[in-house]
Design a protein around this ligand. Structure first.
Ligand SMILES: NC(=O)c1ccc[n+]([C@@H]2O[C@H](COP(=O)([O-])OP(=O)(O)OC[C@H]3O[C@@H](n4cnc5c(N)ncnc54)[C@H](OP(=O)(O)O)[C@@H]3O)[C@@H](O)[C@H]2O)c1
Length: 252
């Protein structure tokens, strides 16, 4: 008989939702999804879910031990650096094995006009001095960086309305949650007369359509490179995550 494996999934991404769906009706897995609580109406989870921070790496390690988790899966966004660093530290401190479930970064293809920059401040500088119509899809976080370039018109898309919008004199806000279609992205960029797109290099399929639409419409893209993740086992495919879970199931 197979023993039950108890897994904590750090989520807030399409990856985490995909994993949650795959584990939902399994009697041999006891998963718990953890969300930071950033979005006001998170998508409903098909597995048990908790919301809110743990109180740093120590808090996460204590939680892992107290709740008897056998495994930790970091399926957070590639740009969520703090929680991923906490996951590495908490795994080391508690002895609970860690897997990072991360989507591969996007890579340019023929016809793409991409410029990769290291930080959001570099992305702002790369927009240049002349006013442009800019599509910002990096979400709520780091919007304040664009206050340094108030001459541009910003079309801002995020799930919740960011407070920082007030820092941008010319903007329009669209509240939306991916996945987005290629047709929809093309139509939006055309209707808004978008001249340049700024995005994080998040990777994954749910939000990639904007990049194809930009290529089709001959629109340049500024991509903020993802931070380096160090020192943890990684998987990019759901099947590999499920295999890793099997390999870490406790002995009966
Ligand atoms: N950064 C992005 O671009 C982005 C994009 C899409 C979705 N998200 C999702 O939004 C969440 C927050 O992102 P962020 O960049 O603000 O994170 P962050 O800077 O790496 O984390 C800040 C703090 O938020 C708490 N936290 C983050 N993710 C958590 C989770 N899944 N469960 C419980 N607590 C969590 C932790 O608090 P304690 O130290 O108190 O434990 C962490 O120290 C993440 O879950 C991420 O997957 C982020």
């Amino acid at each position: 008989m197979r023993s039950l494996i108890r897994i904590l999934i750090l989520g807030g991404t399409t990856q985490a939702s995909e994993l949650a769906r795959a584990l939902a009706d399994r009697a041999d897995v006891s998963p718990l999804l953890s969300l930071a609580g950033r979005t006001q109406n998170p998508a409903p989870a098909p597995i048990p879910c908790r919301i809110g921070g743990f109180g740093g790496a120590d808090g996460l390690a204590t939680f892992l031990r107290a709740e008897n988790f056998d495994a930790l899966i970091d399926a957070t966004h590639p740009f969520a650096e703090k929680i991923s660093a906490n996951a590495r530290a908490a795994s080391a401190a508690s002895g609970v094995p860690l897997l990072v479930f991360s989507r591969p970064a996007w890579a340019p293809g023929d016809g793409d006009q991409w410029r990769e920059v290291a930080t959001m401040a570099d992305a702002v500088a790369a927009l240049g001095d002349a006013p442009r119509r800019v599509f910002l899809t990096q979400g709520r976080l780091q919007l304040a960086a664009f206050a340094a370039a108030p001459q541009h018109y910003y079309l801002v898309r995020a799930i919740d309305k960011p407070d920082e919008l007030r820092l941008l004199p010319h903007h329009k806000f669209i509240s939306a949650r991916g996945p987005f279609t290629l047709e929809g992205e093309r139509e939006l960029m055309r209707a808004e007369g978008i001249e340049i797109l700024v995005s994080k290099n998040s990777g994954g399929g749910a939000t990639a359509a904007k990049l194809v639409a930009a290529r089709d419409l001959n629109i340049p893209v500024i991509l903020v490179a993802r931070p380096e993740a160090e020192g943890a086992a990684e998987a990019a495919r759901l099947d590999d995550v499920l295999d890793w879970i099997e390999a870490h199931r406790p002995a009966p």
